[in-house]
Write a protein that binds this ligand. Structure first.
Ligand code: UDX
Length: 461
């Protein structure tokens, strides 16, 4: 089939490469000429493990091309996937749909034959119906263009595997014909056993925001428990492990720490509450505001503990920040909890040196006033306190004994509960974490809890 993928960011670039990988002819489209030039030469303009190989293979096979022209896209595609971003509005919690609308306005008048437009971006319920009207108003007579929604559930860092082997495919369609076309697009995946759920567009739109709301709720739930643990001397890592063995609860997304960030979870729950308000059912999901607030509180709590570890003030203290991205295995710093903490301690007068394996350029663009140091030892040199804010595996491999040579203060706050606390403490470090006792009560507690994290991170990958 001939597919276009409009919008070639984290979502679109992966979708385009993977659709070519499963045998389709694909044209990727973006208004950013630089990005299109890079992708045309099979260069990935951001960090996403595994994408380089799939993109290189797809471009090399001649099945994947790129353009900046919607006119070319209109002529080429039987199916047009919309993968542009739907960020939060500047002045409200609602989703900003201007990029989606601009694609429809640019594409629809140029269509000359029957085709299917399929949205993949995360949008408020009711968007497909609204866009279908917009298409009808602008597409030439007789083209009979339909709109469907097929939300994407990919995680950054695992985007290729999530696209080629998704947990499920969800198609929000208004006709048998649209359903048939989407089943044909995904035929190789469905044959491999991926569940395919065919439903109406409003349900498909909701599946995505409901899934992200559930995940955000799970994370804020365990972070709320971590606060209770801090007040009682209990250990949130053992708590997560014990809760997680109940299959109705499950261990995944139950890692307490600095909380969720990124381009999806925070803005999706806010857009959902805004849309629910418009629909008159705001009170049904008002708990999501509390989920958002619990999440914000983890950032404040981290700054409070850091201040406490330094005797009550951050002013003029030298602080090393390990991690800038919103999670490991990405260079994405959108709504990054790590950067929010780094900015807050800088505002309180600390000297901040930031290290991140992949996200330094993006972080510098957002927070140019901080120091960015491409080497962990140099970032930690003379630090009064080290903050571990994003759980890159590189940081788990740090030898605390060796790091102590450049960091004689030997104080670390593990805001991701990802370091081996007993290892750091036995090397003479004062280690604090969120939701864990300053010293384990039982000698075995440490080992069990650290084992729990290892299991979870393996599952997350
Ligand atoms: C998320 C959804 O997982 C994905 O299905 C959707 O399509 C897009 O949004 P992503 O933004 O890539 O994907 O990140 P994800 O892996 O879900 O992590 C989100 C945030 O939650 C990260 O900041 C992460 O650090 C945090 N998190 C995750 C926790 O704090 N604790 C956990 O146990 C799990």
């Amino acid at each position: 089939m001939r597919l276009t993928v409009i919008g070639t960011g984290y979502l679109g670039a992966v979708h385009a490469a993977c659709m070519a990988d499963i045998g389709h002819e694909v044209l990727g489209v973006d208004i950013d000429a630089e990005k299109i030039a890079a992708l045309s030469e099979a260069r990935v303009p951001f960090f996403e493990p595994g994408l380089q190989e799939v993109l290189g293979k797809a471009v090399g096979s001649g099945r994947l091309h790129f353009t900046t022209s919607l006119e070319e896209a209109a002529e080429f595609g039987d199916v047009h996937f919309i993968c542009v971003s739907t960020p939060q509005c500047r002045d409200s919690p609602a989703a900003d749909l201007r990029a989606v609308d601009a694609v429809i306005d640019g594409l629809a008048p140029q269509l000359r034959r029957r085709c299917l437009i399929v949205g993949k971006s995360t949008v408020p319920a009711g968007t497909t119906a609204r866009l279908a009207m917009r298409v009808r108003e602008q597409a030439p007579e007789g083209t009979d263009v339909e709109v469907a929604w097929n939300p994407e559930f990919l995680r950054e860092g695992f985007a290729v595997q999530d696209t080629l082997r998704p947990d499920r495919l969800v198609a929000g369609v208004l006709s048998q014909r649209a359903d048939r076309i989407l089943r044909e697009v995904y035929a190789p995946l469905v044959r491999a056993g991926v569940p395919y759920i065919s439903t109406d567009p409003a349900t498909a739109e909701l599946v995505k925001v409901a899934a992200n709301s559930f995940l955000a709720t799970k994370i804020s739930f365990i972070n709320a428990m971590a606060e209770v643990c801090d007040a009682t001397g209990a250990d949130v890592m053992s708590l997560s492990e014990a809760l997680g063995y109940d299959p109705r609860i499950g261990r995944r997304f139950l890692s307490a720490g600095l909380g969720f960030g990124g381009g999806c979870l925070p803005k999706d729950i806010r857009a959902f509450t805004a849309r629910a308000d418009e629909l008159g059912v705001g009170s049904a999901v008002s708990f999501l505001r509390e989920i958002d607030e619990i999440n914000a509180r983890q950032r404040r709590r981290t700054v409070d503990i850091a201040r406490d570890m330094l005797g009550g003030t951050l002013a003029a203290r030298r602080i090393a920040v390990l991690g800038a991205t919103f999670k490991p295995d990405t260079d994405d710093v959108r709504d990054s909890p790590a950067l929010a903490v780094a900015a807050a301690i800088h505002r309180e007068g600390a000297e901040v040196a930031v290290h991140d394996p992949e996200g330094m350029d993006n972080a510098r663009a957002v927070l140019p006033k901080l120091d960015y140091v491409p080497d962990v030892d140099k970032a930690c040199l003379g630090a009064d306190l080290v903050l571990h804010l994003t759980e890159w595996s590189d940081y788990r491999r740090i030898d605390p004994g060796a790091l102590a040579v450049v960091t004689p203060a030997r104080k670390i706050l593990d805001a991701r509960n990802a370091l081996d606390a007993s290892l750091w403490r036995s090397a003479g470090w004062t280690l604090r974490a969120l939701g864990r006792p300053a010293q384990p009560v039982l000698p075995s507690q440490q080992t069990v809890a650290d084992h729990a994290f290892t299991v979870d991170s393996a599952e997350l990958s």
